[in-house]
Design a protein around this ligand. Sequence first.
Ligand code: FAD
Ligand code: FES
Length: 257
Amino acid sequence: MKKVEDFRVLGHKWLNYSSYIIELEAPEPLSPVQPGNFAEIEISNSPHVFLRRPFSIFDANPLTNTLSFYVKVIGEGTRVLGKARKGDKVNIIYPLGNAFSIPEKKNILVVAGGSGIAPFILYGKAMQKQGKQVTFLLGARKAEDIVLTEMFRPYGEVLITTEDGLLGEKGMVTQHSIFIGKDSPFEHIVTCGPEPMMKAVAGIARKKKVSCEVSLENTMACGFGACLCCIVETVDGNKCVCTEGPVFNINQLTWQT
Ligand SMILES: Cc1cc2nc3c(=O)[nH]c(=O)nc-3n(C[C@H](O)[C@H](O)[C@H](O)COP(=O)(O)OP(=O)(O)OC[C@H]3O[C@@H](n4cnc5c(N)ncnc54)[C@H](O)[C@@H]3O)c2cc1C
Ligand code: FES
């Protein structure tokens, strides 16, 4: 059930120069959330941020009624949210959007670039419960942008690429050696990150005949299907990423890969 509630800020954990986890406590028992769901967060402490900002739900704890979000600082909204003080109230609409599917196949590859890591802790937990074997491939330009690897490890093997070559394999995620060879050890791929990266991952999945889901991060305004600013073209016509996504099977999209 969707809720609009004032959450209480419990605190931030800064992960590097530009990203943090913010933990917030709900005023009442949490609505159930699924991996891939997102929330629209109001940034009321800034006179310059009018629209809510969308963030994937990073983690949810029904025992403590807390939600947490992984946030990369991009502009005013994400900067101001990073300065919220313990005890501040933050208005949140959640859970929004659809969720990743539970694939029938066992071996799953998660490919995450930059802030695209955000939906995958919940995903790793859910897949572990389903008895799936998950490998996380995390990519970033610089080694210092690779964060939270220890949080992913309980849910699967963690592979890394960095473009500066200071951590993991040098290059982009799509150049990782796991993709070398005709056959794929993976039977299903899920991905989130910059659109060119997701398109490249979709291309690999198609070539290797592996099913693939992407979580899109189109710019959003209303978050509930009214403004049409988050439209994506699909084989069944235009769809709102906020209500009919953010997760799409690549076969639904008209992407040329
Ligand atoms: C479904 C979804 C889930 C997301 N999950 C995460 C997440 O878990 N962690 C995270 O760090 N980021 C996430 N993002 C991106 C995040 O919403 C933007 O980085 C944030 O809104 C930027 O706000 P700002 O005020 O700091 O930047 P601004 O200065 O307002 O904008 C800078 C740039 O950010 C992008 N942007 C701005 N507003 C939006 C918006 N409403 N929707 C999408 N992009 C926007 C635009 O491309 C803009 O050019 C997600 C986006 C979507 C659509
Ligand atoms: S954000 Fe308004 S329709 Fe999707």
